[in-house]
Design a protein. Structure first.
Lengths: 344, 809
């Protein structure tokens, strides 16, 4: 019996070794380890054995059984792994083919610029305020020290609706409204972005509708050096640490002293080149110390309060920062233009 | 303002600074130099030559053969100019000369005769046609007799003069004169100002015997000075004066006119010269015009006047529109013997009115409009007399005859070192302030850091402490201000929740595949009133119109964002960009009346979008999905879901929209917008293929949002789902059935979704089958079958009752 078991083991293991498919393995399993298989048969015949021999043979039979089962499992695993490998091989795709596109939109370049400006000033403690695009003559002009007949009104020919209502020509009325609301009761620190309108014929550098972001800080002891410091910080964050700013005296009816701010040319860093028309500097925004009459009209005591204000055009900033060559691009909404900036 | 640097040198020393450096300094201290130009492009080797003889060219009728002495050599030059003549002093480009435009002059043979150079016209020397005096316009330029033979013509003609183009802000009217610029330069460079000579020798005669002056409205004309100059010889003005006028952009005419223009530029004070003998009377009366009175002005235009125009009259008829233009009848001509010279102060408002009404803007009117220096009015008259006596042989009568109620008081402004530093954030010393005031030529009394400054009348813009602060700061140098950050009590800064939410909505739209567009708020009347959402239409039947639009394309304020958005689609599809998905957030302008508004319109924020063409495109996998109704509805639903808003959609028929594919969106009973497919005929007018749009009321969205949801537990027990397929009449909206299900299902129903709609075979005609998936869940325990069954049965009987629905067999 011992020899018979040994022979069965050799025979089964040889078959397992030769088996090449999972089916063959299954057949071997049934043939050798099944209820009608030879090992079961051997075990059945154990009754004929002596008391001493029985456990020995029994143990041997079980060992043979386990060995065969173990080999079968090992071989099965091997064959399964091979089969999976073959299956995966067949599933191979050309990974260089294009993926299924995700339809993704994006912000308009002007929105990106405005939000960038908003976030920079929010970081310096400013709030964002909005106001109506159709303004009263009072808030658009008079409250800003531009009484009727003032020559500086020539500077911004406007779209009037009635004698008293017009499309706002700047976002400064939002400042006048905010100050007017507080009537001198507390400081104001705000920026106001929005659409503005002027009677300009649309061309590469003019648009009858454009965007402005204006800022205002009114408090006790606000100094002109604060304006310089805040604008410097803004310019460096917006355009790069290496850029310098330069303030020049200028004139606006609502500020005194008034400034025009230039930043050093990105291309020549102040040396003078064609981009900056040889000056080394590029004009970027206007501002100044809030005119005492503007403060007084909004209910602020100009002896107690001082402030600074500034205003800039996101279109111009976008044109400088990204080299956009025609202001009309911002409003024609050519998909080929919009797409260029939707990664921002 | 064009500033000739050679001219400026007469008043202030700028020899040690380059024109570029000077321009930079002027710009940095407050007057922007917009450009540096030169009178003419560079030329070389052009000298004064004397025409010794001038004969006809033997072989050509129109050419002359000239022998010209150029000092060091005699040249034979062929000249085609009609005005060349023996005895003239002319500009000769010698062989080897280079003229503007890089024209090289060489010896050449013209019709068989050698020509050794060229006799030049001013144009050939680079002077613009419009500045060339008329007598030289058609030929060569002729120097005055005293020009030195062999001298550099370029220098004599001031061709190398650099011209600064000043961009003046409205407050700096003082710099509209050479003297003003001289004071500015003096302050910047700290050099003295040399004032022109105003001294004149007077005749024994009295101007008052020749003319009287009456002013009817002293407010409009507080000063009028009439000078009388006799025995004037009208001729060319001196070359230097002509050069300066050309440099400043004014064409020389004759000595009398040139002198008034010269003084205008020098003093910033407009003057007017009448021909005394043609004036028409011996009295000057300044008054408001009578309505419909007429005058023929110097440009030979007859102009109708009204009582808001100020005129100079001879007691009868207008002889000039004050400050704007003189009359043709009393114009100075070659024959003029006696000049009546006006130096006056006209009020800015009066001149602005006339200049605007008659469309006449001149060097004079622009200066009067900005306000001339009261202290310089009479002095300018004297200066002109001095020049007339010297260059027109005029005899100056004693005078002038004046009307004078002009206020020449200098303003005083008090500043203190402490306050200046407080405002600027600087540490300027009192000594530095004194020094700045001295450089500015401002008078002042200083006492312990307090300055009482007397502002010269030429700087009428300075009346307040703040104005003085600017003066001090700009001379001190804006570059020298420190950089500081506000010391005031901090404020956190930040967006309001409304502003943040607006940004979130933008991000959602972009994530959903829409590109942000920005279109014009001003559009045509037709577009402004197209695709207007019902809740807007309810409050505005018409769009607001501008009182004076620039074009009909941008005449009205939009009531809807969509039309311009669709126009941008047209723009793109015309450029073969057919797959488009845009959104825009912006205001529409709602007013109950379209014209004669008495108050501001309501500005309502909307979010609108449009989609056309292929939405999903992956040709490799044969995937191609066109935009459709459900795409825009899905975008809108997603937005509402994100904002936590429950809205309902109802079938609607709206103008411009597909009658069967349009949904109106409601929040409760309130309409908040619409979505759907464009009506084919509207679509066609924009030249678009199938296009789907939505337009929603942002105010409603922002107002309703609960953007801080409470935490709800993640369920620990499984949900149970059941499907229910119902057969109903075709016209019953799925939304209605869903509403019934939600109402009757009980609290355990968490969600219900349509997953199939079927019409056709196996169903009766006019019927459709709609299948819903129902999801039940109790967060606290496992559901029992009986509970779900009970709900299911309740739903079934409710839909049977409400919608005559049958369970699909």
């Amino acid at each position: 019996m011992r020899e018979r078991l040994q022979a069965l083991k050799e025979e089964a293991l040889a078959k397992v070794d030769q088996a090449d498919t999972l089916n063959e393995l299954q057949d071997i399993k049934v043939a050798y380890l099944g209820k009608k298989g030879p090992i079961t048969e051997v075990l059945r015949g154990m009754g004929k054995l002596s008391k001493e021999e029985r456990p020995v043979i029994g143990e041997l039979a079980n060992k043979v059984r386990e060995t065969i089962a173990g080999e079968l499992d090992a071989k099965k695993e091997k064959l399964e792994a091979r089969e999976l490998e073959e299956k995966l091989e067949k599933e191979t795709i050309d990974v260089t083919l294009p993926g299924r596109p995700v339809t993704l939109g994006g912000p308009h370049l002007l929105t990106s610029i405005v939000e960038e400006i908003e976030d920079l000033f929010i970081g310096m403690g400013f709030e964002v305020r909005e106001g109506p695009e159709v303004e009263t003559d009072y808030y658009n002009f008079e409250a800003l020290n531009l009484p009727k007949g003032h020559p500086a009104r020539d500077m911004q020919d406007s779209f009037y609706i009635t004698e008293e209502l017009l499309m706002r020509t700047h976002t400064s009325p939002v400042q006048a409204r905010t100050m007017g609301k507080y009537q001198g009761s507390k400081p104001v620190k705000m920026i106001c972005p929005g659409k503005v309108y002027r009677r300009d014929t649309d061309d590469a550098t003019h648009s009858h509708q454009f965007t402005q972001v204006e800022g205002l800080y009114v408090d006790r002891n606000v100094r002109m050096s604060d304006l310089k410091g805040v604008l410097n910080r803004f310019a460096k964050q917006m355009f790069g640490e290496e850029r310098e700013i330069r303030l020049r005296p200028s004139f606006f009816p609502f500020t005194e002293p008034s400034v025009e701010m230039d930043i050093s040319c990105k291309v020549c860093h102040g040396e003078g080149c064609s981009v900056c028309k040889g000056t080394g500097w590029i004009e970027i925004l206007g501002g100044g110390m809030v005119h005492p009459r503007v403060l007084e009209m909004a209910g602020y005591d100009s002896k107690e309060y001082t402030g600074f204000a500034f205003g800039m055009g996101p279109e111009r900033i976008a044109m400088l920062k990204y080299g956009v060559d025609d202001i009309r691009h911002f409003y024609t909404n050519d998909i080929r233009f919009l797409k260029q900036y939707h990664k921002a | 303002m064009f500033v000739s640097l050679n001219w400026l040198k007469n008043y202030v020393d700028i020899d040690n600074i380059s024109s570029e450096q000077l321009a930079e300094k002027i710009t940095k201290s407050g007057i922007e130099v917009e450009g540096i130009e030169y009178v003419a492009e560079a030329s070389s080797n052009v000298v004064v030559g004397y025409v010794q003889s001038c004969e006809k060219h033997p072989n050509a009728d129109k050419l002359n053969l000239c022998q010209v002495d150029t000092g060091d050599e005699e040249l034979q030059i062929i000249c085609g100019a009609p005005n060349v003549a023996q005895g003239q002093k002319v500009a000769v480009a010698k062989p080897g000369a280079v003229l503007p435009g890089n024209v090289k002059i060489k010896k050449a043979k013209l019709r068989g005769v050698e020509s050794q150079g060229m006799i030049c016209s001013l144009q050939e020397l680079g002077i613009e046609e419009k500045f060339v005096p008329k007598e030289f316009a058609e030929g060569i330029f002729v120097f005055p007799e005293d020009a030195e033979v062999g001298a550099d013509a370029r220098e004599l003609l001031n061709l190398d003069d650099a011209i600064l183009e000043l961009g003046l802000t409205p407050n700096r009217a003082d710099a509209m004169s050479m003297l003003g610029v001289a004071y500015e330069t003096s302050a910047i460079l700290d050099t003295p100002v040399k004032l022109p000579d105003e001294s004149v020798n007077l005749s024994s005669e009295q101007a008052a015997d020749y003319v009287s002056v009456t002013v009817e409205d002293a407010e409009l004309n507080p000063y009028y000075g009439a000078f009388v100059i006799k025995d004037v010889k009208v001729k060319n003005s001196p070359l230097w004066m002509r050069n300066y006028l050309i440099a400043a952009g004014i064409r020389p005419i004759n000595n009398v006119v040139d002198i008034t223009n010269y003084v205008l530029l020098e003093y910033g004070q407009p003057l007017h010269a009448f021909d005394y003998d043609r004036f028409g009377s011996k009295e000057i009366v300044v008054r408001r015009a009578h309505d419909k009175e007429t005058i023929t002005t110097l440009d030979d235009q007859e102009r109708e006047l009204y009582s808001n125009h100020l005129v100079i009259t001879n007691g009868q008829e207008p002889t000039a529109i004050a400050g704007v233009m003189g009359g043709a009848d009393s114009e100075v001509s070659e024959q003029t013997k006696t000049v009546l010279l006006e130096a006056a102060y006209f009020s800015p408002a009066a001149v602005r009115q006339s200049s605007k009404d008659h469309g006449l803007r001149s060097e004079s009117s622009t200066r009067f409009e900005k306000g001339v220096d009261p202290e310089r009015v009479k002095r300018a008259g004297l200066r002109a007399c001095q020049l007339l006596s010297e260059y027109a042989d005029g005899i100056i009568l004693q005078g002038p005859v004046e009307f004078d109620e002009l206020n020449c008081t200098e303003a005083t402004v008090e500043v203190s070192t402490e306050k200046v530093n407080e405002r600027l954030g600087t540490e300027i010393t009192s000594d530095e302030i004194s020094d700045i005031l001295r450089k500015l030529h401002f008078g002042f009394k200083a006492n312990d850091g307090i300055f009482i400054v007397t502002v010269p009348t030429r700087r009428g813009d300075i009346t307040l402490f703040e104005d003085m602060v600017e003066e001090i700061a700009r001379i001190y140098g804006y570059d020298n201000l420190p950089y500081t950050l506000p010391a005031g009590a901090g404020q956190a800064g930040g967006l309001t929740s409304r502003q943040s939410l607006k940004r979130e909505i933008k991000h959602y739209m972009e994530g959903a595949g829409l590109m942000e567009a920005i279109t014009y708020s001003l559009t045509s009347k037709e577009r402004a009133e197209t695709l207007v959402s019902p809740e807007i239409r309810e409050h505005a039947t018409q769009s607001i119109r501008l009182s004076m639009p620039m074009s009909e394309e941008h005449s009205n304020l939009r009531l809807s964002i969509l039309p311009e958005l669709l126009a941008s689609f047209s723009y793109n599809t015309a450029r073969k960009q057919a797959n488009l998905a845009y959104y825009e957030i912006g205001t529409v302008f709602v007013s109950p009346v379209a014209e004669k508004l008495t108050e501001q319109p309501r500005e309502l924020l909307r979010v609108a979008g449009a989609v056309t063409g292929d939405w999903l495109l992956h040709p490799m996998q044969q995937e191609k999905k066109q935009a459709d109704f459900f795409l825009v509805k899905g975008i809108v639903e997603g937005l509402l879901d994100k904002l936590g808003i429950t809205a309902t959609f109802k079938q609607a028929k709206l103008e411009g929209m597909h009658p069967g594919r349009t949904a109106q969106v409601y929040l409760g009973e309130q309409s908040i917008g619409f979505l759907g497919q464009l009506h084919p005929s509207l679509q066609q007018s924009y030249d678009l293929k199938d296009t789907y749009v939505f337009d929603l009321d942002m105010e409603a969205l922002l107002g309703q949002t609960n953007n801080e949801p409470d935490f709800s537990k993640i369920p620990r027990y499984p949900s149970v789902s059941r499907d229910i397929a119902l057969v109903v009449d075709q016209e019953i909206p799925a939304g209605d059935i869903k509403a019934t299900i939600v109402e009757k299902a009980g609290a355990l129903l968490k969600d219900v979704q349509v997953f199939d709609v079927y019409q056709g075979e196996h169903l009766q005609a006019g019927k459709k089958s709609i299948a819903f998936s129902l999801f039940y869940q109790d967060p606290e325990r496992t559901l029992k079958d009986e509970e779900v069954e009970a709900s299911y049965q309740a739903i079934l009987s409710a839909v049977e009752k409400n919608h005559q629905a049958e369970l699909r067999g």
